[in-house]
Write a protein that binds this ligand. Structure first.
Ligand code: CA
Length: 236
């Protein structure tokens, strides 16, 4: 199974939260709920959701504050979900970097359509370079970015969402040395711990899955004290 697209739903009204979580789960999304802004910010950092659904009126902070925070390091889609109908609220949220706006009440088909559109846009942004559009291929390893599918010697490899992000990021930049902090920022955001232990732990797991001999990697190399470099993509 490929990692599902993940959606973080930030909403303090329990009935609406339950409704959204149920609807999205039924349509194949991996859904995580958050009822406060504080909880949401910590989940955004740890889970790196593909899409964020955000209620503007939260008990502990204005949802716009979350948009501001997230936009300092991530371009992942944010869809604002709110009962507010005033134009200036929508404009303000969009100016701050929200991608779309849904006004309550809304139906499931509309919600699903907005999420699909946002995912398509964010894929398109990431796909601007040909390298990302085309699958990565080197030796016996293939990565299909659109399907999030990794194949090694004809067998599909199963990575956790975080492991996938690390590998996909390195593959998009194959042949280049990527520093620990660049990778950490890209995968976990700037609130990641400054210590790169979590990256090294994930890399050990990735190598167990990708490399025949993790001590002598063929695909992802360690640049001691600097970061990692992935074997260059082979020209098609
Ligand atoms: Ca609310």
């Amino acid at each position: 199974m490929n990692p599902k697209f993940s959606v973080l739903v930030i909403e303090d009204e329990k009935s609406i939260l339950d409704f959204i979580v149920k609807s999205l789960t039924a349509h194949g999304y991996k859904v995580t709920p958050a009822a406060t802004g504080k909880e949401a910010l910590s989940l955004i950092t740890s889970l790196c959701p593909d899409v964020i659904l955000l209620d503007l009126g939260l008990p502990d902070m204005d949802g716009c504050k979350i948009i501001e925070e997230v936009r300092t390091w991530s371009s992942n889609p944010i869809i604002v979900v709110s009962a507010r109908t005033q134009e200036e609220d929508k404009v303000h949220a969009l100016d701050l970097g929200a991608d779309d706006y849904l006004t309550k009440p809304f139906g499931v088909p509309e919600l699903l359509a907005r999420i699909r559109t946002s995912l398509r846009h964010s894929n398109k942004l990431n796909n601007d370079s040909d390298l990302y559009k085309k699958p990565y291929q080197a030796k016996d390893l293939t990565i299909d970015f659109l399907k999030r599918k990794i194949t090694l010697r004809g067998q599909e490899i199963h990575l956790t969402p975080i492991e996938y992000r690390i590998v996909a990021y390195l593959a998009q930049n194959s042949g280049k040395v990527m520093t620990y902090s660049t990778i950490m920022n890209n995968v976990w955001g700037p609130y990641a711990e400054s210590d790169n232990k979590i990256l090294r732990v994930n890399m050990a797991n990735i190598r167990r899955k990708l490399e025949i001999n993790p001590a002598e990697p063929e695909y992802i190399f360690t640049e001691v004290g600097v970061g990692y470099r992935m074997l260059d993509d082979e020209p098609v």
